[in-house]
Design a protein. Structure first.
Length: 440
């Protein structure tokens, strides 16, 4: 059980650190912490997701809670069910893009407000370790099945505005995107890749942030004729995009494009983006009549800030796209729909829609193993003391023609660098300069 309680979820290797007995105790602990009478529970396609559901539900019902069994669904569907069904909590059983032996739990309060380490996961860990459970209920709670897919599809399908036929390649990665994509079935022509549910991920890891996992989709796009490709992660709360040439579109460019589209009908709305995003994102939001807001990295933080400002939309560099329309949570299907709407309404291909907003040169996220992360940050602060410095998440340094952010990992001895400049030459020079300081 050691080490499974993370910053944003509970995650471990099934049968080793995460067992059915641990899941049973987590069910009891969720009740003890949240006092929840009604809990919706969804699960992904991993072979052990059903045994974990059975154990978790046994713990919850022992305490008298009603469990709504969503069965197989995407993580965005579990968020939607939380709000739609008036639940006190929701749990999604998944390990997202982690390899097949892994599994875990994403836990939310009512209204799909996520628990993070600081807002409940560590409390649940303590309750499990100390077995500080509530008394067993006089009458066990019941388990009732509910199919969330039709309501989710109907709700988000209403945002479609497809003006011409499209050909779209969709890489499901043998995972929950197969269900998430039901939203846009029949709206345009879909060519599927890896569209059989298989929790062993036989074709590639379900992680669109890792460019190696996009190779099959890129090859297919380049061999065929498609308007774009969409590539889902394991639980379908993230999605990556390829243009009509098979080239990878940076996630922050998708954030900018969706923001621009949404602001046409919602001028003056607040839009959030994580602080690793390009300068272009802020510029496009301003040019489109919106209010740009930077957020620190991590879904719990960005969702909380969205609620505070009643934000319309947010995007992260990791491929999470958040919508007020889904309780400020992810809906990858809606992200795909907005891109499809945009392409269908333009006489330009997606690559040309992206070109005017891809104005700068980014390093991508570069990880460095370090012995002492705070010492590295201190060294950088001294070296770049004349920059505009922001401490929202790690340290961000901004100059007129370039900027960079350095963050230390919560879980590993790593420092993560993101850097951008107005020219490729300066980006490469400054990237090498900063990396030399980090690694020196």
């Amino acid at each position: 059980m050691a080490g499974i309680f993370k910053a944003y979820d509970i995650r471990g290797i099934y049968g080793e650190t995460l067992t059915d007995d641990v899941a049973f105790k987590i069910g009891r602990a969720i009740f003890a912490f949240l006092g929840c009478k009604k809990v919706v529970v969804g699960r992904d396609m991993r072979p052990h997701s059903k045994p974990l559901f059975d154990a978790l539900a046994r713990g919850l019902t022992l305490q008298g809670a009603e469990v709504v069994d969503l069965g197989l669904c995407s993580t965005p569907m579990s968020y939607y069910a939380n709000k739609l069904l008036g639940a006190d909590a929701s749990v999604m059983i998944t390990a997202s893009h982690n390899p097949g032996p892994w599994n875990g739990f994403k836990i939310c309060r009512a209204n799909a407000i996520p628990l993070s380490g600081a807002t409940g996961i560590l409390d649940i860990e303590r309750i499990v370790q100390e077995e500080d459970f509530a008394p067993v209920a006089p009458a066990k709670g019941r388990i009732a099945a509910y199919d969330i897919i039709p309501a989710y599809v109907e709700h988000f399908r209403a945002f479609a505005d497809i003006r011409r036929p499209l050909n779209v390649l969709v890489d499901y990665a043998n995972a929950m995107g197969i269900l998430e994509a039901k939203v846009f079935e029949g709206l345009f022509n879909i060519t599927p890749l890896f569209d059989t549910l298989d929790g062993t991920f036989p074709n590639h890891e379900a992680n669109p942030l890792d460019t190696h996992t996009l190779a099959a989709a890129q090859k297919a796009v380049r061999a065929g004729k498609y308007d774009f490709a969409a590539c889902f992660d394991g639980d379908a709360d993230r999605v990556g995009f390829l243009d009509e040439k098979g080239d990878i579109i940076p996630m922050d460019m998708i954030t900018a494009l969706i923001a621009k589209t949404m602001l046409e009908k919602n001028p003056g709305a607040n839009i959030f983006y994580d602080l690793r995003s390009s300068w272009s994102v802020k510029e496009v939001i301003l040019e489109s009549g919106g209010i740009p807001n930077q957020s620190r990295v991590g879904h719990a933080f960005i969702k909380s800030q969205m609620r505070e400002k009643d934000a319309l939309f947010a995007g992260e560099l990791s491929g999470h796209y958040y919508f007020k329309e889904n309780s400020f949570a992810e809906s990858s299907a809606l992200a795909v729909l907005f891109i499809a709407n945009l392409v269908s309404q333009s006489d330009q291909p997606l690559s040309q829609l992206i070109a005017p907003i891809q104005r700068y040169f980014a390093s991508g996220e570069i990880n460095s193993t370090v012995a002492d992360a705070p010492a590295v940050l201190h060294k950088l602060r001294a070296k770049y003391a004349d920059a505009a410095i922001l401490e929202l998440d790690g340290l961000s340094f901004e100059y007129p023609t370039w900027w960079f952010n350095v963050r230390s990992s919560n879980t590993e001895p790593l420092v993560r660098l993101n850097l951008e400049a107005k020219t490729k030459k300066e980006m490469e020079a400054k990237r090498d300069e900063v990396l030399a300081l980090i690694r020196g």
